[in-house]
Write a protein of this length. Structure first.
Length: 92
């Protein structure tokens, strides 16, 4: 029996899978650690306020969760931006 996603649930894009793999490689994560990308739509009427941002969460089985926020949509994030964010900014 094949399982299919519920209506309205999107499978990860190839770009998102590449970003998740990059997070795993950069942080040396094992297979038991979850890497989650969430894209948030912001409601902000101020000039220059980003309309979407992406939250990257790392949830190990044992240990403390970590989270980073990138002020861009996931499809616009490059591996270099991800590397700079993960390695040079403390998780929030």
């Amino acid at each position: 029996m094949y399982l299919e996603p519920r209506p309205g649930i999107a499978w990860p894009t190839p770009h998102l899978r590449e970003l998740k793999d990059a997070v795993r490689a950069l942080l040396g994560l094992d297979d038991d650690t979850a890497v989650i990308f969430r894209q948030l739509v912001l409601v902000c009427g101020e000039f220059g306020c980003p309309q979407r941002e992406t939250v990257v969460a790392v949830l190990p089985m044992d240990g403390e969760a970590q989270r980073w926020t990138l002020h861009r949509p996931a499809e616009q994030i490059t591996e270099n931006e991800l590397r700079a964010t993960l390695l040079h900014h403390r998780p929030s």
